[in-house]
Design a binder for this molecule. Structure first.
Ligand SMILES: [Cu+2]
Length: 332
């Protein structure tokens, strides 16, 4: 319901401001849709000497379990495991910094602060919640311009993820007051990860469109004896520029990710599915609606929210209900 209300607000806002002027311009930083929907990272490059600071808020809500694409009840999970996760909320606060030493390369740093909360039910009917908070994996990227003309641009994303997020998060569970939390509650991968990608954007007078393909490849095993699965991510979006300040967007985002190889020997996969390294893989297709606002003085605000239109998960895993990203960006 909350997400439906949000989408309604977006469309009402567009209705308010959408009706007036239409100034065609080139795909420069002046137009609201020269940045992709806010949920896309590393989507744009900057001009020589330009800086940008940003803050993003991310929310992901998960509820109920899936086996493949079929819903399974908590009781069904509990007939196989002692404990079933029932709900999860992930929030992230991300600080970003971009700088372009020249017109062809933009450097980017992202520093995330994460908050994960998972609710559970045990076979004996007891419910409990675990929490993990702290810094996540810091991401460093070089965005390298490959080609651009008046209406099109293409760049390569050379990204790295540093293992700054903990893989030893603990909290109170029925197993003990300071138990190691299972894989999806940890804040980092524990490995150095490569994140190569390609981003394309195209522009006409009032419309724009783009696509980004991005991979996450883990280098080696972390010190707890496992490696998270690789991730493949593909986004395709289209945006309508209503005036110099406002654009709205639709985006399809497909993500697929693998199981964990190896395992943390301290976790018992028979107790809870989140501790089983072979019940982590899945894929998901999200449909997202977004709004970009460019205030023209370097400041931008944007929001994007979406719902999965298809998801398939290995074994028993919590399913995603919705995702939401909001952000402020300031270039100077
Ligand atoms: Cu930027």
């Amino acid at each position: 319901m909350r997400i439906k209300a949000l989408f309604l607000c977006l469309f009402l806002l567009v209705g308010q401001v959408g009706a007036d002027q239409d100034t065609p311009d080139s795909p420069n930083s002046a137009r609201p849709d020269s940045h992709a929907p806010i949920g896309v990272m590393g989507d744009h490059i900057h001009k020589e000497g330009e800086w940008m600071v940003s803050y993003r808020f991310k929310l992901m809500q998960m509820d109920g379990n899936l086996n493949g694409s079929d819903s399974v009840s908590t009781q069904q999970v509990l007939s196989n495991f002692m404990v079933s996760p029932t709900e999860m909320t992930m929030t992230g606060h991300m600080l970003g910094l971009m700088y372009a030493p020249n017109d062809n390369v933009t450097a980017m740093v992202m520093l995330p602060f994460m908050n994960k909360s998972m609710k559970h039910l045990t076979r004996t009917g007891r419910s409990f919640t675990t929490n993990a908070n702290g810094i996540g994996d810091v991401k460093l990227s070089a965005l390298v311009k490959l080609w651009s003309n008046e209406n099109h641009r293409l760049h390569f994303n050379a990204g790295f993820s540093l293992p700054t997020g903990t893989i030893d998060a603990r909290d109170a569970t029925p197993m003990g007051p300071n138990s190691l939390l299972p894989y999806p509650m940890q804040l980092g991968s524990g490995t150095l990860d490569l994140m190569p990608g390609m981003t394309y954007s195209g522009f006409s007078d009032n419309w724009s469109w783009g696509a980004q393909a991005m991979g996450t490849l883990r280098l080696g095993e972390n010190r707890n004896g496992y490696k998270l699965g690789s991730v493949g991510d593909l986004s395709v979006w289209g945006a309508r520029k209503w005036n110099d300040k406002i654009s709205t967007s639709l985006r399809l985002n497909g993500t697929t990710w693998g199981n964990i190889s190896g395992s943390d020997a301290r976790l018992n996969p028979r107790i809870i599915p989140t501790a089983d390294p072979d019940l982590r893989a899945g894929s998901r297709l999200d449909l997202l609606v977004g709004l970009n606002a460019n205030f023209g003085d370097g400041h931008r605000l944007a929001i994007e929210g979406g719902l999965p239109i298809a998801q398939s998960l290995d074994g028993f895993q919590l399913k995603t209900k919705y995702v939401l990203t909001g952000g402020w960006q300031f270039s100077f």
